[in-house]
Design a protein around this ligand. Structure first.
Ligand code: C5P
Length: 241
């Protein structure tokens, strides 16, 4: 159970250079399922950072949230597959044609394991008022499951969603659609700038397939033990304890 839980935990590698990234990979590889590389680290280091993590034997969640014309996103998706990432994401707001182009590009990839394709529905930083300001009238609580269902219909494997959104997405997308959840905090810890948090056990029980955790591990006095404690809590939740 513990090894199954370990594979579900990704550490957000929110650092700005290769040396810092490599130090975290050395400390945490084997203890967790993999590392999330976001826009800051990728802009600073490029694909070399993904290659470094893969060379260390770990998995990568490439969090670049592609949102462009279909042909461009198809090309970027193919490059993500060539980098052998475990998963990467696009914005569902790019629409059906864009998501379908990404799915088709991956289906045509024959260079090894095909990455999982995730969609971002609505950025958690976009509240109702901010959505209205850009002309989107649906409330986030309606828009999120709507976009998740659209992504699923396009052949996307899953979504990135906050703990509070899991239930409504499961309801419309069923049990097999993947849900990757950031905003995880250990019980009794602060929330940092996260607005909607859940403990690792709550997120797993709510139906999250993967958890993305950054500061609760990075800022712990003993990051290795913090990662282990999160895996332990996830394993108990997977076992139904
Ligand atoms: O440090 P923390 O655990 O909050 O890190 C969470 C990671 O997940 C960060 O890299 C953050 O950008 C990302 N994320 C998030 N909320 C979202 C989407 C992504 O916190 N809605």
């Amino acid at each position: 159970m513990r090894e199954q839980a370990r594979k579900k935990l990704f550490f957000a590698l929110d650092v700005d250079d290769m040396q810092k990234a490599a130090r975290w990979v050395e400390r945490l590889k084997g203890r967790i399922g993999g590392f999330k590389v976001g826009k800051q680290l990728f802009t600073a280091c490029g694909p070399e950072v993904v290659k470094m993590i893969r060379a260390a034997g770990s998995e990568v969640f490439l969090d670049l949230k592609y949102h462009d014309i279909p042909n461009t996103v198809a090309g970027a998706s193919l490059e993500a597959a060539r980098l052998q990432v475990k998963m990467f994401n696009v914005h569902a707001l790019g629409g059906r044609e864009m998501m379908t182009a990404a799915v088709s590009a991956l289906r045509g990839y024959d260079g090894g394991a095909r990455p999982l394709l995730l969609a971002v529905t609505v950025l958690t930083s976009m509240h109702a008022e901010a959505l209205h300001e850009v002309g989107m009238e649906l409330e986030p609580g309606v828009l999120v499951p709507h976009l998740a269902r659209l992504a699923q219909d396009c052949g996307v494997d899953g979504v990135v969603a906050s703990p509070r959104e899991i239930e409504s997405i499961r309801k419309v997308c069923g049990p097999d659609f993947l849900i990757v959840t950031p905003g995880v905090r250990l019980a009794n810890a602060g929330a940092d700038d996260q607005k909607r948090v859940a403990t690792p056990a709550e997120a797993v029980r709510a139906g999250a397939d993967f958890l993305v955790v950054g500061r609760p591990i990075a800022q712990a006095a003993d990051p290795e033990s913090a990662a282990e404690a999160i895996v332990e809590e996830m394993a108990r939740a997977v076992a139904g304890c």
